[in-house]
Design a protein around this ligand. Structure first.
Ligand code: NI
Length: 216
């Protein structure tokens, strides 16, 4: 037995320390990754996609202001599918891309099916997205698209019902900010109930294929 107690000690603890350090580093990397995603994700990019099991609870009553300045609720859209997207008119990239994609998909359906669907943008930036500003904006995408806004409380309630995340990202000056937000499009049935969601990166032709099946 050449091992001194000292050597046995180092011999037995060294591998353990190595594994512990490796685990600690791995844990730190995981934490840093998620923290990075949360804090440094570019504004307008997507929060994690909602999981399918909870989607039955997506949607619900909302009470907002339409782009003509009139009060509007979800019940005003009964009888047609609602294609709902939450965004804001100052969004530099994701919103225009998603809204364009939604209209391209509806165009691919053809008029008969497309007219069953009401495309809607609900603003997550009620401070700047006034009804008239929204009306002009949605008109760039389609004369059929409706823009909805409201008080900050009304918008917050609608977003909560749809499990939509949004948060202001301050810019150089107080008037110049972005709004980070969920970029999922929701299809709600003529009864107002959730049907399906579409990720922002789903191509228009694939979205049209899915819509075609869903609309019958
Ligand atoms: Ni956006």
């Amino acid at each position: 037995m050449n091992d001194t107690p000292e050597r046995r000690e180092t011999g037995s603890t060294k591998p353990f320390n190595g594994i512990a350090i490796a685990f600690a580093i791995a844990a730190l990397l995981v934490v840093a990754y998620f923290a990075g995603r949360h804090y440094f994700a570019p504004a307008g990019h997507e929060a994690p996609a909602i999981a399918s099991p909870g989607t039955a609870r997506i949607g619900g009553p909302f009470s907002l202001i339409d782009d003509a300045g009139n009060p509007v609720t979800d019940e005003d859209f009964r009888g047609r599918y609602m294609l709902v997207y939450f965004g804001f008119t100052y969004c530099p990239d994701v919103c225009p891309t998603s809204l364009n994609r939604n209209m391209q998909a509806l165009d691919l359906l053809g008029e008969a099916q497309a007219k069953k669907v009401q495309p809607i943008l609900i603003s997550v930036d009620p401070e700047r997205d006034t009804p008239s500003h929204l009306k002009e904006y949605v008109g760039h995408f389609s004369p059929d698209m409706r823009g909805l806004t409201g008080t900050p409380e009304q918008v917050a309630a609608a977003a909560k019902a749809y499990a939509v995340y949004y948060a202001k990202v301050p810019g150089d000056d107080p008037a110049n900010y972005l709004v980070d937000h969920t970029s999922i499009t929701y299809l709600m049935g003529p009864d107002g109930k959730f049907v399906q969601h579409f990720r922002h990166d789903l191509p228009p032709d694939e979205m049209a294929d899915q819509l075609r099946k869903l609309l019958g």
